[in-house]
Design a protein around this ligand. Structure first.
Ligand SMILES: Nc1ncnc2c1ncn2[C@@H]1O[C@H](COP(=O)(O)OP(=O)(O)OP(=O)(O)O)[C@@H](O)[C@H]1O
Length: 562
C-alpha cells in the first residue's frame, strides 16, 4: 500500500478511475431517472388513453341510445335505488349497465306506477319487470304468511319456467318465496307450495285460474302487482276467457299492473279490462326504422310448394354444424318432419303442444345447452324463450301475422351485438306477405337458391313414406293439419287454402298423390271459390261440379271435404 501511496501517478490514476466511476454512476442514475420519467409519462399517456377510450365508450353507448340501434343504456344499475340483496344478485348475473327498457321502465315501476313496456326481442324485459317486483315484495316485508304479492303471467309453460328461473336468481339473497304454476305439471305439489305462501308467483293462465278457483289456502287478497309478459298474446282470443276470470278474481284496489311485450298492445279495449291507472307507455324502439335486431340478417326464398321439404332438407344438411330452429304451423307437422328427418339420418329435437310437459321441458333445456343442432317447433317456442346462440331461424310454414314473425326471429341475435340469421319460406302465391312485413318495418332480402343443387331424393322419400306405416300415418296427419292451419290463417287474402295446389302440397309431404284426409273447412270456401273463379279463374280446379279439384279423368288424388 505504502508503495502505492508514494507513487503520485498511481494516485492520479486512482483519482481518474474514481471520477470515471462516479460519471458512470451518475450516467446510470440519470438513465434510471429518465427511464422512470419515461415510464411515468407513458403511464400518464395510458391513463389518458384509457380515459379517452372510456369516454368514447360512453359516447358510443349514448350515441347508440340516441340512434336507438343498440339495446344498452349508459345507466348503471347502481345509479337507481335498488336494495342490497337485489343489487348483489344482479352483480352475480354479471350485469352492470341497464338495457334501455330497464333504464326507462324500472324507475316508474319502483314508484308504483302502471307501465306498458315495449322493446325489441332479447332486450332484457324480464329483468325490467322482475327487479321492481322483487323490490316491492322486499320493501313491504312480504313473508310466506302474507301469501302472493306479485303474479307474473306468461303465455307458454317454457317461458314461465324460464321467468321463474330468473326470479329465483334475483331472489337469491332475499327471504321472499317463489312459486311456479304451469299446465301439464303436478298440480298437487304446486298447490302445496301455494298454500305455504309463494310471494312471487309465475304461471300460465289456465293453471293459474285453476289454483285461484280450487286451491285451498291460496292467499291472493294481498296482491300488490300483476305483471303480464307477452301481453298482446295473453290478451288475444285464445286466453280471453281464462284472463277474464283471472282479472275478476284478483284484487284491483291498490294493485299495480305492468304489461310487457316486443309487440305491445295499444288496443283500448284490451287495456280497459285491466283497470290500469294512468299507465305510462314506454316504447324504447319508437321511431326506429326497423323493429328487429341490428345483428339479424333476414331473407326469404320463393319455393314451389312441391319443393319445400327438399329445400329444407338440403338447407339442414348443409348447416349441420349450426344451431337452428325451424317453425311449423302445427304439432302434427313438427311430429312428422322430426320423424322423417331422423329416418333419413338428420338428428333433431322437436317441441310442440301435444307432447307431455316433461318431454317438452327436457327438450327445451337440452336445446338451450346444445352448441349445435336442430329444433323443430310450433309457435309454442316463438315468444320470450332465451335460448343461447341460435344461428338460424327457419320459418318453414309462414307465421300467422308479421307480429308473430318478429317474435319467431327474435329467438336469435339476442342481446347487445349478437348476430343471427333468419330464413322465411314462401310459395309464389304467398309473396304478398312481404308487403306486410315491410309495413311492419321488417327488412327482408330475397335469398336465391340453385334448384339444380337441391338433393334429388323426392322419389326415395315418396317410397319411404309409402312403405312405412307409421311414417305414412304421421305424414297424413301432418298434411291434414297443414291444410287446416292454412285455412285458419288470419291473413286469408294471402294464405288462402283454396288456392293451394294440393298435388304440390302432397309432394312436399312426400306423397306421390294427395292422400285421403278428413277436413272441416269452412263453408265460406265455396263462396270464395265462386268469387275467385269470376275474377281469375280456378287455379286448383275446385268448382261446384268438381268439389275435390280433380284434374281430369286420370286424376287419382283423393281429397275429402266435410
Ligand atoms: N342489463 C343487462 N345487461 C346485459 N345483458 C342483459 C341485461 N339484462 C338482461 N340481459 C340478458 O339479455 C338476454 C335477453 O333478455 P330477456 O330474455 O329478458 O329479453 P326480452 O326482452 O324479454 O326478449 P323477448 O321479447 O324475446 O321475450 C338474456 O340473456 C338476459 O340475461
Amino acid at each position: 500500500m505504502a508503495e502505492v501511496e508514494e507513487n503520485p501517478n498511481i494516485v492520479v490514476e486512482e483519482e481518474s478511475i474514481k471520477k470515471k466511476r462516479k460519471r458512470k454512476r451518475d450516467k446510470k442514475n440519470k438513465m434510471v431517472v429518465e427511464k422512470e420519467q419515461k415510464k411515468e409519462k407513458e403511464n400518464e399517456e395510458d391513463d389518458e388513453e384509457e380515459r379517452e377510450v372510456d369516454d368514447e365508450l360512453k359516447a358510443e353507448i349514448k350515441k347508440e341510445m340516441k340512434s336507438g340501434s343498440g339495446i344498452m343504456s349508459a345507466e348503471l344499475f347502481s345509479s337507481i335505488e335498488i336494495s342490497e340483496p337485489t343489487m348483489k344478485a344482479i352483480k352475480d348475473m354479471g350485469f352492470e349497465y341497464m338495457t334501455q327498457i330497464q333504464a326507462r321502465a324500472i324507475p316508474p315501476l319502483l314508484e308504483g306506477k302502471d307501465v306498458l313496456g315495449a322493446a325489441r326481442t332479447g332486450s332484457g324485459k324480464t329483468l325490467a319487470f322482475l327487479i321492481p317486483a322483487v323490490e316491492l315484495l322486499y320493501h313491504v316485508h312480504f313473508t310466506p304468511r302474507n301469501g302472493t304479492g306479485v303474479v307474473v303471467i306468461c303465455p307458454t309453460r317454457e317461458l314461465a319456467i324460464q321467468t321463474h328461473a330468473v326470479a329465483k336468481d334475483l331472489l337469491k339473497y332475499h327471504s321472499q318465496t317463489l312459486g311456479l304454476v304451469i299446465g301439464g305439471s303436478a298440480r298437487r305439489a304446486e298447490a302445496e307450495r301455494i298454500a305455504k305462501g309463494a310471494n312471487l308467483l309465475v304461471g300460465t293462465p289456465g293453471r293459474l285460474l285453476d289454483h285461484l278457483r280450487n286451491t285451498k289456502g291460496f292467499i291472493y287478497k294481498n296482491l300488490k302487482c300483476l305483471v303480464i309478459d307477452e301481453a298482446d298474446r295473453i290478451l288475444e282470443a285464445n286466453f280471453e276467457e281464462d284472463m277474464q276470470q283471472i282479472l275478476k278474481l284478483l284484487p284491483k284496489e291498490g294493485r299495480q299492473t305492468a304489461l310487457f311485450s316486443a309487440t305491445q298492445t295499444k288496443k283500448v279495449e284490451d287495456l280497459a279490462r285491466l283497470s290500469l291507472t294512468a299507465p305510462i307507455y314506454i316504447d324504447v324502439d319508437d321511431g326506429r326504422r326497423r323493429v328487429t335486431n341490428e345483428g339479424l340478417q333476414q331473407g326469404y326464398c320463393v319455393v314451389p310448394s312441391a319443393r319445400r321439404f327438399i329445400l329444407l332438407y338440403s338447407f339442414l344438411k348443409r348447416n349441420l354444424s349450426k344451431k337452428i330452429m325451424v317453425f311449423f304451423s302445427s304439432c302434427n307437422s313438427v311430429k312428422f318432419h322430426s320423424e322423417l328427418l331422423r329416418y333419413i339420418k338428420i338428428e333433431c329435437h322437436d317441441i310442440h303442444g301435444k307432447q307431455k310437459q316433461q318431454k317438452r321441458t327436457s327438450t327445451f333445456f337440452e336445446f338451450c345447452e346444445a352448441k349445435k343442432g336442430i329444433l323443430l317447433c310450433t309457435d309454442v317456442a316463438a315468444r320470450g324463450l332465451d335460448i343461447p346462440a341460435v344461428d338460424w331461424i327457419v320459418q318453414f310454414d309462414p307465421p300467422d301475422e308479421p307480429k308473430e314473425y318478429i317474435h319467431r326471429v327474435g329467438r336469435t341475435a339476442r342481446g347487445e351485438g349478437a348476430k343471427g340469421n333468419a330464413l322465411l319460406f314462401l310459395i309464389p302465391e304467398e309473396l304478398q306477405f312481404l308487403k306486410y312485413l315491410k309495413a311492419a318495418k321488417v327488412p327482408v332480402k330475397e335469398y336465391e337458391f340453385d334448384h339444380k343443387k337441391l338433393a334429388n331424393v323426392q322419389s326415395l322419400l315418396e317410397k319411404l313414406v309409402a312403405n312405412n306405416y307409421y311414417l305414412n300415418q304421421s305424414a297424413k296427419e301432418a298434411y291434414r293439419s297443414y291444410l287446416l292451419s292454412y285455412n285458419s290463417h288470419s291473413m286469408k287474402e294471402i294464405f288462402n287454402v283454396h288456392r293451394l295446389d294440393l298435388q304440390a302440397v302432397a309432394s312436399s309431404f312426400c306423397f306421390s298423390n294427395p292422400p285421403k284426409v278428413h277436413l272441416n273447412i269452412d263453408s265460406n270456401a265455396s263462396k270464395f271459390r265462386q268469387k275467385k273463379r269470376k275474377v281469375e279463374g280456378s287455379r286448383n280446379g275446385f268448382s261446384e261440379g268438381n268439389p275435390y279439384g280433380k284434374k281430369g279423368g286420370d286424376d287419382t288424388r283423393q281429397f275429402v271435404r266435410y
